[in-house]
Design a protein around this ligand. Structure first.
Ligand code: TXD
Length: 323
């Protein structure tokens, strides 16, 4: 029979809290067939079966399977990586480096051997180091491997701004640069509320700089705040939602400008590093990195963030001589 139109294939490496949420969101949006992969025996298979049974109720057609065998991700168009361990209260993202670096090595091999044409979105922490390591281990082109952090951090920033000004979250377009950590750089000067610069609305509404600084601080600590409240694990709904928006931009060739941990060469005074920057995501993956004008303070904050990422990479290279 002639080859018909095939659905896209989405492989989720790591089927835990974020992985399961990714699968549900991708199925509801009918983004393609979904393979949940994990090393835990039975868990991906159980989640796939459970999620499949949402289909008749939610009205989606998606083949959802679970697997412990990398061969089952063969030919995936998009791979979203959450494999590894999340933080516990009191842990920093960087504390996960040693454990999750080893995980990225096995995941990178699995992708290289089964779906080297895929667009890969890394979520695993410490994100800025893990996305770099995953790219090295997988050997994929730099424009096909990206880290998800900025979309989440910008959404956190936007949520807190919407609450502060009492406006719809839909109208807030907030901007975060730099690493996914305490050194991230929420950029107020590029954040708007339906086109109104945040600084202008703050003057109109009598919100002073100290209050805006508090919101920036809460954004930086947004992940830790949830880790502390949950007590066991970290955020998963908004991280999953963020990664899905990146996958949709790729699968739909949407040319969206999104803050992502993208490979930067010769921009932002960075050469050969994954850093959170405004990037264009379309059908060729990361199609451009946009170098926006930054104030001196924003530049120095970004430099602090870049230095922190470089330190993490040095630690990775010391742990794995193949890097
Ligand atoms: O913005 C961001 N990038 C962050 C990322 C936002 C939130 C969470 N962040 C990180 O995502 C978090 O610190 C973790 O490193 C990952 C995944 O978080 P999640 O909450 O989904 O962790 P779980 O529920 O523990 O799921 C991880 C799964 C689990 O089922 C393990 O069995 C599996 O990963 N795992 C593996 N799968 C494949 N291969 C290997 N080697 C492996 N090791 C563990």
């Amino acid at each position: 029979m002639a080859q018909g139109v095939a659905r896209k294939k989405i492989a989720l490496i790591g089927s835990g809290m974020i992985g399961g949420t990714l699968a549900h969101l991708a199925a509801k949006k009918e983004m393609g067939d979904i393979v949940l992969f994990d090393i835990a025996e039975g868990m991906p298979q159980g989640k796939a079966l459970d999620l499949s049974q949402c289909g008749p109720i939610e009205g989606f057609d998606a083949k959802i399977t679970g697997s412990n065998d990398y061969a089952d991700i063969a030919g995936a168009d998009v791979v979203i990586v959450t494999a590894g361990v999340p933080r516990k209260p009191g842990m920093s993202r960087d504390d996960l480096l040693g454990i999750n670096l080893k995980v990225m090595k096995s995941v990178g091999e699995g992708i290289k051997n089964n779906c080297p044409e895929a667009f890969v979105i890394c979520i695993t922490n410490p994100l800025d180091a893990m996305v770099w390591a995953l790219r090295e281990f997988s050997g994929l082109p730099h424009n096909k491997v990206v880290g998800m952090a900025g979309v989440l951090d910008s959404a956190r920033f936007a949520t807190f701004l919407a609450w502060e000004f009492g406006v719809s979250a839909k109208d807030v377009n907030a901007f975060v640069l730099g690493g996914h950590g305490d050194t991230m750089v929420p950029v107020l000067s590029y954040s708007t509320i339906n086109g109104i610069p945040v600084g202008d609305l703050a003057k109109i509404r009598g919100v002073d700089q100290a209050r805006l600084d508090e919101i920036v601080k809460r954004t930086r600590g947004g992940g830790g705040e949830i880790v502390g409240l949950l007590g066991n694990g970290s955020a998963y709904y908004a991280p999953a939602t963020s990664a899905i928006s990146m996958a949709e931009a790729y699968l739909g060739d949407q040319k969206r400008i999104l803050p992502c941990a993208a490979y930067v060469e010769g921009k932002y005074d960075v050469d050969g590093l994954y850093v959170g920057v405004p990037a264009v995501i379309g059908g060729n993956g990361i199609e451009d990195v946009i170098e926006i004008e930054l104030s001196d303070e924003e530049k120095s904050n970004l430099k602090v963030s870049v230095d922190a990422v470089e330190e993490l990479l040095e630690a990775c290279k010391n742990m794995d001589s193949s890097l």
